[in-house]
Design a binder for this molecule. Structure first.
Ligand code: NAD
Length: 483
């Protein structure tokens, strides 16, 4: 099983290798097989990528937006035509089942390219009447942007950053996670084939040090990070030193609240999607499931029955519903949290152990009788571990749902829509779902509050984070100087 790219990096429209950079491997998490050998970017490679971006950006910004959009549109079409191939690559790199990658990964990347392709030519400024004089505003690109990705949705993350950056006239240097380096390179090839001029989308490989070198470089105007809160704090601080624009898409410990009048089958389905999809490696997961005491027993019974039927196995098998975690380290971390949950007295409803003896699989796990102070209710686990907590009143559950440093997402299940809107208004979260969970269409702005992040990806909101406003005052009369 091989997924070896032509080289580690893609810079200025060319494949680039520099064997001076530390060697690393990409592994297939289902078996531990090595699927690609790569090298981390050296300072020379990093410099070359930033220089290529700087050189290409000015001409790109000068193109009519409709032309920029046309390139992105073509790229979206190529992605859709190659969805199978890209999905297999993503499955090999992440271990996520093909059943998911075929519908959720490259496809949502194509949506972003298509959305921002159409958005680009609609961007306008304002005219501001000032009596005799007037002013107008221009939306300008920021220049060279840096994107840094996490390993759970590699091609989606690359597209969610590349699409708005390129649509609005910027150049991007993208560093995928060192755990999942491959699909961003495939995207670079596709953008080139779609007609993107050289230097506008560059991919370099490496870990945190490589990311940090990009963030601190004075040529960089903007940094968009998808990653954990601790990394976000470091990246935000460094970007702050350089007064750079940032988008920080960070972690969460989101509440999913199930009221006593909810459709329980739908609520159970949403809780499962919001904890077990991608083996639980989703930032917005509703990992604190608050269930009203009156329906707790019925909820747990349905949940245990359906969770017990989840099909784990070979991610390349079309019947497999759940694959492994991304790495041994992540599996060990998740198993550590499960042990902690047992130690703290949470009641194990199902799962609770490694699945099989090869690959990084963890059985889908549900804990009930979880209390707010338990570690499994406070920390982001990033694995298939659901904590079910019970509650009595609306005020109580809102207070408890908000009692966290995170604020990425939240969900409410109830048939009472007045209550639903009242509760989401009170929840401290960047994205809320009513009678749904974890749906993130590109049309809808996405991002966190509190420690979960700043800025928004997707939707019209993304314009704020990939452009800047220039105000132009137009004097139409005499200059009235007092001296
Ligand atoms: P991570 O924070 O360990 O790494 C994220 C990226 O940052 C990687 O590419 C890494 O190499 C890079 N990095 C690490 N240190 C850096 C530094 N000092 N300077 C610059 N770059 C640095 O996160 P991860 O383990 O890859 O991903 C899981 C985390 O990502 C979870 O916390 C999850 O919630 C979060 N996430 C958030 C979103 C979102 O949109 N909010 C989406 C997906 C994942």
């Amino acid at each position: 099983m091989r997924a070896q790219p032509k080289a580690s990096h893609f810079i200025g429209g060319e494949w680039v290798e520099d064997r001076e950079g530390a060697a690393f491997e990409s592994l297939y998490p289902a078996t531990g097989e090595v699927i690609a050998h790569l090298h981390e970017a050296t300072p020379t490679v990093i410099d070359r990528a930033l220089e290529a971006a700087r050189e290409a950006q000015e001409d790109w910004a000068a193109r009519p937006p409709i032309e920029r959009g046309r390139v992105l549109h073509r790229a979206a079409e190529i992605i859709r035509a190659r969805n199978r191939e890209l999905s297999e690559l993503e499955t090999l790199d992440t271990g996520k089942p093909l059943q998911e990658t075929l519908v959720a990964d490259a496809a949502s990347g194509a949506d972003a390219l298509e959305y921002f392709a159409g958005f680009a030519p609609t961007v306008t400024g304002q005219t501001i009447p000032l009596g005799r004089d007037m002013a107008y505003t221009l939306r300008e690109p920021l220049g060279v942007c840096v994107g840094i990705g996490a390993w759970n949705y590699p091609i989606q993350i690359a597209c969610w950053k590349a699409a708005p950056a390129l649509a609005f006239g910027n150049a991007l240097v993208f560093k995928p996670s060192e755990m999942t380096p491959l699909s961003a390179l495939a995207l670079a090839e596709i953008l080139t084939e779609a007609g993107l001029p050289a230097g506008l989308f560059n991919v370099i490989q490496g870990g945190g040090a490589c990311g940090a070198a990009l963030v601190s470089d004075p040529r960089v105007a903007k940094v968009s990070l998808t990653g954990s809160v601790p990394t976000g704090r470091r990246v935000y601080a460094t970007a702050g030193e350089g007064i750079k624009t940032v988008t920080m898409e960070l972690g969460g410990k989101s509440p999913l609240i199930v009221f006593e009048d909810a459709d329980l089958d739908h609520a159970v389905g949403a809780a499962m999607l919001g904890n077990f999809y991608s083996s639980g490696q989703i930032c917005t997961n509703g990992t604190r499931v608050f269930v009203h005491r009156a329906v707790k027993a019925a909820f747990l019974e349905k949940l245990a029955a359906r969770t017990g039927k989840i099909v784990l196995g070979d991610p390349l098998d079309a019947a497999t519903q759940m694959g492994p975690l991304v790495s041994d380290a992540q599996m060990a971390k998740v198993l550590g949290y499960i042990a902690q949950g047992r130690k703290e007295g949470a009641r194990l409803v199902c799962g609770g152990a490694r699945w099989g003896d090869t690959g990084c699989f963890v059985a889908p796990t549900v804990f009930a009788d979880v209390s707010d102070d338990m570690v499994i209710a406070r920390e982001e686990i990033f694995g298939p571990v659901m904590a079910v907590l019970d509650f009595e009143s609306e005020d109580e559950v809102v207070t408890r749902a908000n009692a966290t440093e995170f604020g990425l997402a939240a969900g409410v299940f109830t048939r009472d829509l007045t209550r639903a809107h009242r509760v989401v208004a009170a929840l401290e979260a960047g994205t809320c779902w009513i009678n749904a969970y974890n749906l993130t269409p590109v049309e809808m702005p996405f991002g966190g509050v509190k420690a979960s992040g700043v800025g928004r990806e997707n939707g019209h909101a993304a314009l704020e984070y990939y452009t800047r406003v220039k105000s132009v005052y137009l004097g139409l009369g005499d200059v009235d100087a007092p001296y």
